[in-house]
Design a protein around this ligand. Structure first.
Ligand code: ARG
Ligand code: ZN
Length: 881
């Protein structure tokens, strides 16, 4: 990618040549042609050599440019508006720009666009330049005043950031609203919304006694689905004040939901815009997972108000400064709300599962990049699991190294130093370290920062040695990190390693070792017998731990480890070891897959355990994901991986049949619906049980459990139970699945978010003789399918290409052909969504032939298309490199 002419490098950062102090925007909203008058006060940045002013702009029709009220000469260069004849000297000057744009034609969902009959904006990262000419970069922070004018009947609600200072009537049935944001902000945090919306409102009083108005805006029919989002928002406000001393700094905080949105949500100052998926919920239409996701995303966007908005990024290479930190904060928020230790552990395991099934593959593939990338062609391609989830792990390690209170001191220091500024990842780690002199972080800061600069997942190899004569156990820890694009060799990382020793079922040691050298040996003297090491407790660092655990040790950890993460991990390792052994057996047939008694008994022991949390049981009884298994292999046949996992699951279904029956009966009733960790854990285990019962029934020909499952599907009082039952029928491939799917569609055809689930379930179902691709193609022609709606496109196309490897990686390459056609189709109107889909073949080099060649060909076909967006071009070029 180095040769590319449009590549942006971190090393090239220059401060802006001008500052923009104030912006007055006036919008005349019209879907076909919206007029934008932009009046700015600018001044030269005295630190920079004199140079022309270059303003970013995209897809704008420029009508007029005035400097201090006078016409001026200007030119266009690389899409930028260039002004050379500006007043000399350092005096501020006024720049007035009048332009128009076409929101209804804006299918990219970046900038100002229409969804249904409403207007929305999305400006991060570089959408503001599609609204007006501007220094569209995060280190230029200005005060905004926004006047919106629009037809009153069509657009009764007019919103922007900050406070509503004026509103009133105009001629011709139009009206206006004027908003002033009391906080300076970068352009990516600007927002505007107009349409027929209604709001749930809540007044709250902060700890300091200040009054605030919270509002959640939705379409009129959706108001009854906003209670959970509002509760989540109130919990977020209270949590940030309690845990970090960060109060709400606005009189009014608004969330608005739209059904057309590229991502999850956006933290625009005081006016968050959300994908409806992360706002709307009722027990009849949303699953427990939906409820938890809403809580976490509402929290995430709210926490950005301080980590992102009050202190923002100097440039987009620093994206993890706000995203890694804010994901860490939303994870902590969810854990604190979960309460009990076992519920916290469940959340931690879920987060690690996301990291390992999504981020580890990214870090091992062609798009691998450091948490703070060095270069990009299109910044939207770097809103990644690495920047977000690995970035959060890096912040978590800082907290581990300085302690929870030390981390709070560090955050205080960060805000004292940098409030109101645009800063870097180094500024953040410096503040945390400086607030904790003498800490392991402060001692190792330079080395610790390699987590920001070096890509790839480090591997820690552990080797134990037991000397019975001396009673000394020694553990050697060695680290390495595989090469990644542009980084052939890596220096050692600072790796906090949670470590316990268990002897005779009793924990005899528990602590944290900070590995800084390439290799270190720890010794534990005075032991009676060989201990079982519990390494990387709590998943204390985002690394792969290699340790040749004998089965007895894993069984001991699964039975006794006091660390719930490693207890779960022991079960995963047992399952993974078996899956890999099968996969390495040449000529393996499905019927050769026979799970051994010790493994089955261990799983039974967990399922029947008298005191373990049902949510935890559900995690242990779920086999490692196909993508996670595949990552452990040098070459992959995804259909074979699917076959092995599917057969293992079938064996667990049969061998534990009566235990699943018991588990279902024990956990099926949960009283009045509440999406709390305890009752959702019970529903999850009941759902998993039902799935196994249906799978076992498929094998044995039993019709009782499929019948009961259909009944439960019909009778369920909430979407979680209903959808779990439907999933059990679909996944087990029972003939009752078809009528159930039809009934589900008929019941929920007016609810877009539920229909998304309906599409996703079918596209993600286990492949039987290549049946899924034809189903997907058929569903593309379903009257409810609309590729222009990102949620719907994701629910069908992504569920197939990204989340169903066994069905997608067909020997006839038809899945790849479908993929390449959809990438180019999407790219023509929404490059961001297309580029996400383009990443489905990231790991093509690992595929076994003939899949590998077929995948390469499909990528090359996309790459050869003329007029590709930068977004897709960057992804496919890297893939082929
Ligand atoms: N800052 C938003 C969030 O993390 C995500 C916005 C991403 N937008 C984009 N176009 N890449 O909540
Ligand atoms: Zn974010």
């Amino acid at each position: 990618m180095r040769e590319g002419q449009n590549v942006i490098y971190r090393a090239d950062y220059q401060p802006p040549a001008y500052w923009i102090d104030t912006v007055e925007l006036c919008f005349d909203l019209d879907p076909a042609k919206t007029r934008v008058l932009n009046r700015m006060k600018l001044r030269r940045n005295a630190q920079m050599p004199a140079q022309p002013l270059r303003l970013d702009g995209e897809e704008l029709n420029l009508a007029r440019v005035l400097v201090n009220g006078q016409g001026t000469s200007f030119k266009m260069e690389n899409g930028q508006l260039v002004l050379e004849n500006l007043p000399a000297g350092d005096e501020p000057f006024e720049l007035e720009i009048f332009s128009t744009c076409a929101p209804a034609k804006n299918t990219t969902l970046s900038g100002l666009y229409t969804s249904g009959d409403s207007f929305f904006t999305q400006c991060e990262a570089e959408g503001f330049r599609r609204i007006t000419y501007f220094l569209d970069r995060p280190d230029v922070m200005a005060s905004y005043t926004v006047l919106i004018r629009a037809d009153k009947a069509r657009y009764p609600v007019l919103l922007s950031n900050g406070n509503l200072v004026d509103q009133g009537e105009l001629d011709d049935g139009r009206h206006f609203a004027k908003w002033v944001d009391p906080h300076r902000k970068p352009s990516y945090l600007f927002a505007l919304v107009a349409g027929q919306l209604v709001a749930r409102e809540q007044r709250i009083t902060s700890r300091a006694g200040k009054e605030h108005l919270l509002q959640v805006y939705v379409r009129p029919g959706d108001l009854d689905k906003t209670e959970h989002a509002m509760n989540s928002l109130m919990a977020s406000v209270a949590w940030d004040e309690a845990r970090f001393g960060l109060p709400l700094d606005l009189e009014r905080f608004m969330i608005v939901a739209t059904s057309d949105f590229n991502m999850g949500a956006m933290e625009n100052k005081g006016l968050n815009i959300f994908n409806t998926k992360y706002v709307l919920a009722s027990q009849a239409t949303a699953t427990d997972t939906d409820f938890f996701n809403i809580e976490s995303v509402v929290g995430h966007e709210y926490f950005h108000n301080w980590t992102g908005n009050r202190i923002t990024c100097r440039d987009w290479f620093q994206l993890s400064l706000k995203e890694g930190l804010t994901v860490f904060r939303d994870q902590e928020f969810s854990m604190d709300l979960a309460g009990e230790a076992s519920a916290r552990a469940v959340k931690r395991i879920e987060d690690v599962r996301v990291l390992r099934t999504m981020q580890f593959p990214e870090d091992a593939g062609p798009m691998a990049h450091p948490v703070r990338p060095e270069q990009y062609l299109e910044i939207n391609n770097f809103y990644t699991v690495t920047v977000y989830e690995k970035g959060a792990e890096v912040v978590r390690m800082m907290q581990t190294l300085v302690g929870r209170e030390g981390f709070r001191r560090g955050m205080d220091q960060y805000f004292q130093r940098h409030d109101g500024q645009a800063v870097t990842c180094d500024d953040f780690s410096q503040a945390i370290a400086d607030a904790n002199p003498g800490s392991r972080l402060a001692q190792t800061l330079e080395q610790f920062r390699r987590w920001y600069s070096q890509a790839g997942t480090p591997r820690v190899k552990a080797e134990g040695r037991w000397d019975a004569d001396s009673g000394i156990y020694s553990l050697t820890l060695s680290q390495s990190c595989p090469p990644t694009p542009d980084q052939p060799a890596k220096d050692p990382f600072v790796i906090p390693i949670g470590l316990g020793l268990i002897s005779g079922g009793v924990e005899i040691a528990n602590g944290m070792h900070v590995l800084t050298e390439q290799s270190e040996t720890l010794t534990f003297p005075g032991l009676q017998s060989e201990p079982v090491p519990s390494i990387l407790r709590g998943f204390s660092a985002p690394v792969v731990l290699e340790f040749d655990y004998p089965d007895e040790q894993l069984l001991a950890l699964l039975a006794h480890d006091a660390d719930p993460f490693n207890r779960w991990e022991a079960g995963q390792r047992l399952a993974l070891g078996r899956a890999l052994a099968y996969l390495r057996t040449p000529g393996l047939a499905r019927s050769d897959i026979r799970l051994d008694a010790p493994f089955v008994e261990a799983m039974r022991g967990i399922l029947r355990h008298p005191t373990l949390d049902p949510a935890f049981k559900e995690l242990v009884l779920t086999l490692p994901a196909e993508t996670y298994i595949s990552e452990q292999l040098d070459t992959v046949d995804p259909q074979r991986v699917h076959m092995v996992r599917d057969a293992m699951r079938e064996q667990l279904a049969q061998a534990l049949f009566h235990d699943w029956e018991w588990a279902f009966e024990q956990h099926r009733e949960n009283g009045a619906y509440r999406p709390d960790p305890r009752s959702s854990g019970r529903r999850a285990l009941a759902g998993l049980s039902l799935m196994h019962l249906c799978i076992a029934a498929r094998k044995s020909g039993d019709t009782v459990w499929p019948g009961k499952t259909l009944q439960r599907f019909k009778d369920a009082s909430n979407m979680t139970d209903r959808f779990n039952a439907l999933t059990a029928l679909v996944v087990s491939g029972h003939e009752l699945a078809a009528p159930a799917l039809a009934r589900f569609h008929a019941t929920f055809q007016d609810d877009a978010l539920v229909l998304d689930k309906w599409f996703a379930l079918q596209a993600g179902a286990p492949d039987r003789g290549g049946n899924i691709l034809p189903i997907v193609k058929q569903l593309m022609n379903h009257p409810d399918f609309n590729i222009r709606n990102p949620n719907r496109a994701r629910s069908l196309i992504f569920s197939y290409c990204n989340a169903n490897p066994g069905a997608f990686h067909r020997p006839d390459a038809a899945g790849y052909v479908f993929w390449s056609e959809r990438v180019t189709e999407l790219d023509a109107f929404n490059p961001q969504v297309a580029a996400r889909l383009a990443r489905a073949l990231d790991r093509w080099k690992k595929l076994e032939e003939p899949l590998r060649s077929a995948a390469r060909e499909a990528i090359a076909r996309v790459a050869a298309k003329p007029d590709l967006s930068n977004d897709v071009r960057e992804v496919v070029t890297r893939a082929l490199a």
